[in-house]
Design a protein around this ligand. Structure first.
Ligand code: FNR
Length: 361
């Protein structure tokens, strides 16, 4: 039997062993040269910590609030598609794990379980991620179903007018799983025989004419707060503030969309400065250690979201695997805070990290 994983990276190998290659490649891969995918983790490694000493750290409090909802630590679950390909219980298992860890799960628009199945499985705070299809009426129906089922915010993903070129999915002729939420509304079937069926499905259904106008439309169909996921520049951060959204998620989609987009941690500060405290800024991409969470907070994020490690935990051990992944990151964050002299999240400041920008000064 494989030894128990001691950190979240070790779940990746366990997942690789249990998953069919087509699914593993889909989860693990990035776009084209996978440069952004690699940079997401490597940019974290280049940031150093500046610990302060002789501070009472006998009690560490990692709790925070996101849009007014209290969570046990600033570590949330990013929306990732098709979780039943990783484990038969899919998104329901992930939602239960999120509830057990007292954190927020963002359910993907392309989830394999329905919003009703997920919401009846546990009563944790959940957000709903949205892609906009050409058929906006169908999107509106689904957002309203999510709202009726107790989801507390809409996370509009804005980095996917088209799907990034993921070469392993093309080679593997990746399947397009059935999307139960859309049964009777949109067919999961695509005409194409070759290449990635997911790519063909997205080409057929996603609205690549989407623009800032969509936020007004979204407001007209739901009263839920709106977060924008996929902001990477100060320019768009300012536009998001002007558009009056409730928050921003700095994200490059885990390196799966535009290759050679910057790592998220390297542009976080730019976005935080542009926002100037007017909105909460969250970040995802490459978070694999508690030290990564600490670095993101020091550079101004209110919380991080975790994508692939959650899927790897789910594939390896179902709900318990997802719980382990979140608990490991929480435990690592706790010790990082203790060893850096930060008993609460408010104590974590810009002075607790050193980036290469600082070295030049
Ligand atoms: C994603 N991501 C994603 N994002 C989104 O808004 N809707 C979605 O349906 C998906 N689906 C999805 C599937 C898979 C397999 C992955 C790996 C990612 C992106 C996700 O929310 C998040 O931005 C990244 O996963 C964060 O990077 P890490 O933590 O995977 O490095």
């Amino acid at each position: 039997m494989a030894p128990e994983p001691v950190n979240v990276n070790e779940f990746q190998e366990l997942a690789r062993q249990v998953l069919p290659k087509m699914y593993y490649d889909y989860y693990a891969g990035g776009a084209e040269d996978q440069n952004t995918l690699k940079e997401n983790t490597e940019a974290f490694h280049r940031i150093r910590l500046r610990p302060r000493v002789l501070i009472d750290v006998s009690r560490i409090d990692m709790s925070t609030t996101i849009l007014g909802y209290k969570i046990s630590a600033p570590i949330m679950i990013a929306p990732t598609a098709y979780q039943q390909l990783a484990h038969p219980e899919g998104e329901v298992a992930t939602a239960r794990a999120a509830a057990a860890c007292d954190t927020i799960m963002v359910l993907s628009f392309r989830s394999t379980c329905t919003v009703e199945e997920v919401s009846s499985s546990c009563d944790a705070v959940r957000f709903f991620q949205l892609y906009v299809y050409k058929r906006r009426d169908i999107c509106a129906q689904l957002v309203q179903r999510a709202e009726r089922n107790g989801f507390k915010a809409v996370v509009l993903t804005v980095d996917t007018p088209r799907i990034g070129r993921r070469e392993s999915d093309a080679k593997n002729k990746m399947i397009q799983p059935k999307l139960k939420n859309f049964e009777g509304l949109i067919s999961s079937e695509v005409d194409s025989q070759d290449g990635s069926k997911i790519e063909a499905f997205i080409k057929k259904n996603f609205d690549d004419s989407l623009s800032w106008e969509a936020i007004g439309w979204l407001r007209s169909i739901t009263s839920l707060p709106i977060l924008l996921k996929g902001i990477l520049t100060r320019e768009d951060a300012r536009k998001a503030v002007e558009a009056g959204v409730a928050g921003i998620i700095v994200s490059n989609h885990g390196g799966r969309q535009l290759d050679y987009a910057p790592s998220t941690i390297s542009v976080l500060e730019e976005v935080v400065e542009a926002v100037g405290g007017r909105l909460p800024v969250l970040v995802d991409g490459g978070v694999r250690r508690g030290t990564d969470v600490f670095k993101a907070l020091a550079l101004g994020a209110q919380a991080v979201l975790v994508g692939r490690p959650v899927i790897y935990g789910l594939a390896a051990k179902g709900e318990n695997g997802v719980r382990s992944v979140i608990e490991m990151l929480k435990n690592e964050l706790e010790i990082t805070m203790a060893l850096s002299g930060c008993p609460t999240l408010k104590h974590i400041t810009r002075n607790h990290v050193m980036t290469h920008h600082d070295n030049r000064n």
